[in-house]
Ligand binder design. Structure first.
Ligand SMILES: *Cc1c(COP(=O)(O)O)cnc(C)c1O
Length: 356
């Protein structure tokens, strides 16, 4: 029976959406979601357990997560003058930005293909979403982007650096031009900062309409759900007003603080992943039937003749990656593999060769 109340009261934008689908990864080698494959040494786990032993779960968390903020400032060398805000994952930061900016008629601008949550959260908050198609080599179409900015006067422009799902870094000068031409905010999403070797944090002093957003998810702490954003303190003050008061739970605050105290361990894992990314790219490049795109993140995008067939075959051989083909356009027949541990990458290469 059709429930009329649902169509009567649920917003159009929500009725039209498909829920974010996460496939079951039971017993599969999981290379679909940009996770770090490594755990912690036993002695570190013991130390962490000691820390969380004292956590009082009957008490609300520190609403400002002051200790964690101080740790982030120290470890990530966040300039003293910059404001800092934390989110339950950087997804929540994107949500806060959109909620703060969603005046009637306001617009979000990004590029295509890029991270899907920019569009989703624009829709959720009733903002118009616009995007400009990337060039064939996935570089920024700077002239088209500048004229779109002029035309739609976006309240916010999102650029992922490196971009997901393409893995490349856009030209730094081009991005500076976008920031300078934008009437509103420009968010540089550095979710893959740990693997990229470059950051826009150095421009925090130059631009007061730029935010640098990051997450600890891709550097090995996806389970904690912690994103952070730095930028002009006056913008940050406004975003803080729409932030749920206890958005970073106590276990996350204590665990992230602990993990960042041991950031050397995470850095070693990141370095290993970067080396393995190069090794994986080299092996993939030697396969004639596929085209793969250079990456500054912890994943590699590649194009095959029949993405559905390759994806299915990989899964039957125990390897789960991401099929992006349904996005269409330049992603038709494209797949994305996360760089895993060496034995996982080897299993992927073997399964990939069998699938072609
Ligand atoms: C993964 C990802 C995020 C979201 O990260 P969370 O902190 O886990 O919510 C944001 N932006 C980009 C480009 C990503 O790929």
């Amino acid at each position: 029976m059709i429930n009329n109340k649902i169509t009567q009261f649920i917003r159009e934008e929500v009725l039209e959406l498909n829920a974010y689908h996460v496939p079951n990864a039971n017993n599969l080698i999981k290379l679909d979601n940009m996770e770090n494959p490594y755990g912690w040494e036993e002695s570190i786990i013991e130390e962490w357990l000691e820390k969380i032993r004292d956590v009082q779960l009957n008490r609300y968390p520190d609403p400002e997560a002051k200790a964690l903020q101080a740790r982030l400032r120290e470890v990530m060398k966040i300039p003293e003058r910059a404001g800092l805000i934390l989110g339950n994952g950087s997804d929540e930061l994107i949500q806060m930005i959109c909620m703060s900016l969603a005046k009637p008629g306001s617009a979000v601008l990004s590029v295509n293909p890029s991270f899907v949550m920019y569009k989703m959260l624009a829709k959720f908050t009733g903002m118009a979403f616009h995007s400009v198609d990337l060039n064939d080599d996935f570089s920024l179409p700077i002239e088209a982007l500048l004229s779109r900015i002029e035309e739609i006067q976006p309240a916010v422009v999102y650029l992922a650096y490196p971009n997901n799902p393409t893995g490349n870094l856009f030209d730094e000068e081009d991005i500076c031009q976008v920031i300078e031409a934008s009437p509103g905010l420009v968010v540089i999403d550095e979710a893959y900062y740990a693997f990229a070797g470059n950051s826009f944090a150095k421009y925090l002093d130059r631009y007061n309409n730029m935010m640098v957003m990051r997450t600890v998810s891709k550097m090995g702490l996806a389970g904690l759900r912690l994103g952070y954003m730095m930028g002009d303190p006056e913008w940050i003050n406004q975003f803080n007003k729409v932030r749920m008061p206890f958005n970073i739970n106590t276990l996350t605050q204590v665990s992230a603080d602990f993990a960042l105290e041991h950031v050397d361990m995470l850095d070693l894992q990141t370095e290993q992943i970067c080396r393995d990314r190069e090794a994986l790219f080299e092996k993939m490049s030697k396969i004639d039937e596929i085209q793969c795109y250079p990456s500054k993140a912890n994943f590699i995008l590649f194009k095959v003749k029949d993405a559905a067939k390759v994806y299915q075959s990989l899964q039957e051989n125990g390897v789960l990656i991401r099929n992006l083909s349904s996005n269409g356009g330049s992603l038709t027949d494209c797949l994305r593999v996360t760089v895993g541990a060496e034995y996982e990458n080897d299993a992927f290469i073997k399964a990939l060769q069998e699938s072609l």
